[in-house]
Design a protein around this ligand. Structure first.
Ligand code: SF4
Length: 207
């Protein structure tokens, strides 16, 4: 009679399969990241991948998330590297700084027309956009959902912020005000456009 594996063996087999899959997924993500960065380096603008990341982030973040500290956190750079990159982008005319209306110590960053044009023309890089464009819409949606889930689970594990889309936040109050949505954290109004931006304060709703 064949020996049936015990519960401990089954658990260890499942664990090993899971680790194999985790290794393959990590390797695929690493290679995709390398390809994306290589494309960004060859975009002919002299900008580094971290600059491209900063500009694309500023094109989709909301008004609570456009400070140098938020940009630094999003790209995962050191404070020094991030301020040098911001200085380069400002000098080259891709972004501008403006003081906060209520607190003069806070600075907001925004894209100039040149910065907006750059993001529209270069992000995502052509080859990447074309490959994603060949996927079926349902597959693109599933991939987005799965990668978003994986990213937020890793960010949660690291105690980091999720930088999620505003309308998926636990504080988002749809149509709470006569002409707009509302942020339940700041109690300020949110336009439809702001509700699809990403936010540093985003928190996932409780499961
Ligand atoms: S609802 Fe959440 S994501 Fe939206 S602005 Fe408020 S804190 Fe940020």
């Amino acid at each position: 009679m064949r020996n049936r594996p015990g519960i401990v063996n089954l658990v260890s087999i499942r664990y090993n399969i899971c680790m194999d899959q985790a290794g393959r997924i990590a390797s695929l993500i690493e290679r995709l990241g390398n390809l994306l960065r290589a494309e960004e380096r060859t975009s002919g603008t002299g900008l580094l991948p971290v600059h491209v990341q900063m500009l694309s982030y500023l094109s989709v973040c909301n008004r609570y998330s456009d400070t140098p500290a938020a940009v630094t956190e999003f790209v995962g750079a050191t404070k020094g590297t991030s301020s040098q990159s911001i200085a380069v982008l400002e000098r080259k005319g891709f972004l501008r700084k403006r003081p906060d209306g209520a607190d003069g110590r806070v600075v907001h960053l925004s894209l100039t027309a040149k910065g907006r044009r750059f993001v529209e023309n270069n992000f995502p890089p052509d080859a990447f956009g074309a490959a994603i464009g060949k996927m079926k819409p349902g597959d693109r949606e599933s991939l987005t959902r799965l990668l978003t889930g994986l990213l937020s689970s890793l960010q949660k594990g690291n105690g980091g912020r999720t930088f999620g889309v505003c309308h998926t936040c636990r504080y988002f109050r749809r149509d709470a005000l006569p002409d707009s949505h509302q942020c339940g954290l700041t109690l300020e109004p949110l336009s439809g456009d702001e509700s699809i931006k990403i936010c540093r304060e985003h928190e996932r709703p409780a499961a």
